[in-house]
Design a protein around this ligand. Sequence first.
Ligand SMILES: Cc1cc2nc3c(=O)[nH]c(=O)nc-3n(C[C@H](O)[C@H](O)[C@H](O)COP(=O)(O)OP(=O)(O)OC[C@H]3O[C@@H](n4cnc5c(N)ncnc54)[C@H](O)[C@@H]3O)c2cc1C
Length: 394
Amino acid sequence: MNRNYTNYSGRICILGGGFGGLYTALKLGKFAKFQDSSYEIILIEKKERFLFTPLLYEVVTGELEPWEVAPSYKKLLADSPVKFYHGEIDNVDLEEKLVYLENGERLSYDYLVLAVGKETRLDIVPGAAEYSQTFRSIEDAETLKEKLRILESSDLTTIKIAIAGAGPNGVEIACKLADRLKKRGEIHLIDRGDEILKTLPQGCKTASYRALLKRGVQIHLNTSVESIKPQEIIIKHQEKTEKINTNLVLWTGGNQTIQWVKNLNCQHNEYGQIIATSTLQIAAYPEVFVLGDIGEIRDKTGKISPTTAQAAFQQAPRTAKNIYAKITGKKIKPFTYLYLGEMLTLGIKNAVVFSFGISLSGKLASIIRRGVYIQRLPTLKHQIQVAKKWIFGK
Ligand SMILES: Cc1cc2nc3c(=O)[nH]c(=O)nc-3n(C[C@H](O)[C@H](O)[C@H](O)COP(=O)(O)OP(=O)(O)OC[C@H]3O[C@@H](n4cnc5c(N)ncnc54)[C@H](O)[C@@H]3O)c2cc1C
């Protein structure tokens, strides 16, 4: 069934309500022209709750509650003209300008925003899909919390956890788990590379090594995960295979482009990401905008933006402004990426903040990090609610 427009001069479909999609939708909703409902703006998303991923770790330690990091779209869009469509996208026909949904419905559009992100790749190692847990979603954090609760109330003297991947995700969750489990925890952090946090500045690496070692996390570098079985992980280091008994395995390595995105009839790079122009459009389909992890986006200086929340957060207002410019007959502008630095949580009330050459770690860094992130949460109303809880504890 094709949903027809009623009383609108056009429709903007935004696919994916993550950092790219939701922030574009919120910005578009603020333009006066859209508040008078001349254009229908629809955000299509398969989940009911947005996730502010950088603060997901705090849910596991109880420093933050799920509502703070994963507010519902219904709540976030309550004061906005943007309509929320809860559903899963199956495909897009770029020629016919149609979005196909899993429930058989299809939506036509005048402007399209593609922002469905990436998915975790679990087919790299045998057993990863069956016996490891991902840490990407609020559901993952809630499941992990429950598994930890069960393990903590068991008669185990040591709770053994293996984490595959020593990127930011692996390092941050390792520190949080070590702080939660204290002396009862035995945490193994495994990576095939020769260092942790490969792409991050040295200041972050040094602070992170210090935090991991202080917490007794066992770091296995130049080590590959061979397979995962119930209650054990098999690793290989310098041709030697070793078995580690585990109560839990977390998988944080490897993302991939979603299959239907790879199949879209447009230009892709070797990773299946859509090649976008510096104005965040698909060259052959100027009514289609691309942002976030699914795109290879070169900003106006020619630099490729990283696949981070930081980049998607900056691309969103530019996407919204460019769509608005197109509708109002104004000139669209290229996107400029500004690298602001890195912030990592390294345990309860501990973090490292690296920005413009200055590196700060410890409690002060954790306060700065939390403050900055609260200010980046979607909607002022939600920011105030989270800030109030932080300051007054309720
Ligand atoms: C635990 C964790 C911590 C992170 N911490 C940081 C950090 O500290 N700093 C940083 O810069 N980056 C961080 N990142 C990376 C960051 O989250 C991503 O780069 C960012 O979210 C990308 O934004 P996006 O809009 O492209 O995709 P996403 O934010 O992933 O959003 C995509 C959305 O599309 C939806 N979707 C996907 N497929 C479909 C479909 N078929 N139908 C309907 N909806 C669909 C998804 O449910 C999702 O809501 C972290 C990531 C994780 C997992």
